[in-house]
Structure formats: C-alpha cells, structure tokens
Design a protein around this ligand. Structure first.
Ligand SMILES: [Zn+2]
Length: 253
C-alpha cells in the first residue's frame, strides 16, 4: 500500500454510501486529488470537519487498488469567518467550484492553491471588494490553466494603449480606439492596466491594486465573461452568488 501526506484544501464534497464522502482536494505537490473519506458523515467521525468544504488540512492518504482513501487529517484552517456573510460564503463556494472544474488533475497545484487560499483569506477578512477578488480569481485562474488573454497591445495595430480600449472576451484580445469596430467591452485605460496587473504581476503583488468602484464593475464583467468563455461551462454556484449579491454591502468607498 502506498501512503503519503499532503497539505490541501477541500474544494468539493460528495456523499456516497451511508456515511462516506468523496472529497476533491487541491494540494500543492499532487495537484487535484479525489479521495474517499469513510464514515466521514457519521456524527462522531474525526474526519467530519476535516472533510468539509474549505477545510485546509494536512491529509494522510493511502492508495488502495485504484482508490485513494483519507486515513487522517489535521485541520490547519477552516475559514470559519466565511459564514459571517452569505455573499462571502457564496463567492467562496463559486471559487471552489470553479477550481474543481478548471484545474487540470495532473501536475502541480502550488500556484492554484496559493490563489485559492489567499482569495479565501481576503474574503474572510472582508478587507477587499468582492468584485475585485472575483476578477482576480477568475482571470488568474484562467491564466494558470493555460488561457492567457492577449492584452499586451491592440491585436490589430499593436498600439500599447489608447484612452479607451475594447476587450473581446470571446477571443481574449484588445483593440485600440482606432481599430475597434464594434467588438467587445469598452475599457478605460485604468481597467486595462488592472487586467494586465492580474495577468502578469508576481503573486506577492497580485492583490495589491486599487480601482474606483464603478471601474471594478467593468473589470469584474470582463473577467467573468472571459472566464466563462474559456472554460465553456455554466456554474450554478455563480448564479447563486449573483442571487445573494447586494452591492450595498460592499465596503468600498
Ligand atoms: Zn489598434
């Protein structure tokens, strides 16, 4: 039997059998893993909290035949404060859903894990506008998954900037003021800069930029359209987030 340990966060939970859970775990070293947690839905199970959505744990796995089984798990963080806000909780659920359905199963998960953990930390602290966090998460997740938009310059004339540029979320390209026909979302230059920042910034600076509230709306629209276009998926968790979203509670000024 093949045993190994890994730090990872639970990004999907499914029930099977009487008390078993199948969990999808995003780990740094092993990418995305699916594992059985036997008895985890039992009221007295030690694995109950550790195999819940958002639980970040040191997992101990054993490979048995074709399946991976959770032997033990030590909880490091459960992001409890997400439960203080329905919006934060719904957005966190969307982040996990998007991660579970986008991140390739083979390969390292280190960058993906950092992105998700940091996004959840900021959501818990409620210190950043959710539209900004969502745009960062969607756009950077797309880039890490191999879908980098071509936003360095105008796709037609290679102009680096014009006062307004147009982003085509289906192609992931920019057009300058002179070249744009009718395609795409009109972006003030500050939104173009924010998108370039999200795509190209080193991770430790990824979350540190600011944009006025009305522009965050435009940034969010671009990131969401692009993410949905490249993944070609529909996310019920995104629809749910939209349904609970109220702009009044955004702490931005
Ligand atoms: Zn141009």
């Amino acid at each position: 039997m093949d045993k190994f340990n890994a730090d990872g966060i639970v990004i999907r939970v499914q029930a099977t059998g009487e008390t078993t859970r199948i969990i999808t775990v995003l780990t740094a070293e092993h990418g995305v893993l699916r594992a059985f947690a036997k008895g985890a839905r039992g009221a007295k199970s030690k694995l109950q909290s550790a195999t819940s959505l958002f639980a970040f744990c040191r997992f101990s796995f054993v490979r048995s035949k074709e399946s991976l089984i959770v032997r033990e798990a030590d909880i490091k963080e459960i992001f409890f404060d997400l439960r203080n806000s329905l919006e934060a909780l719904a957005l966190a659920q969307y982040f996990c859903d998007a991660a579970a359905r986008t991140i390739p199963e083979d390969g390292t998960g280190e960058e993906f894990l950092r992105l998700l953990l940091n996004s959840l930390h900021f959501l818990c602290k409620n210190s950043k506008d959710k539209r900004q966090l969502k745009a960062i998460f969607e756009l950077r997740l797309a880039v890490l998954s191999g879908y980098c938009p071509n936003i360095v310059a105008c796709a037609h004339c290679a102009a680096f900037e014009s006062e307004i540029m147009y982003f085509d979320p289906l192609r992931g390209t920019l057009a300058c003021n002179n070249c744009a026909q009718s395609e795409g979302i009109a972006l003030p230059l500050s939104v173009v800069s924010a998108m370039r920042h999200i795509v190209f910034a080193p991770f430790d600076r990824l979350f540190s930029f600011s944009l006025a509230a009305p522009l965050l709306q435009v940034l969010e629209e671009c990131a969401e359209h692009y993410f949905l276009a490249v993944t070609q998926q529909k996310f019920k968790t995104l629809e749910y987030y939209r349904s609970v979203c109220t702009l009044q509670s955004v702490p931005y000024d």
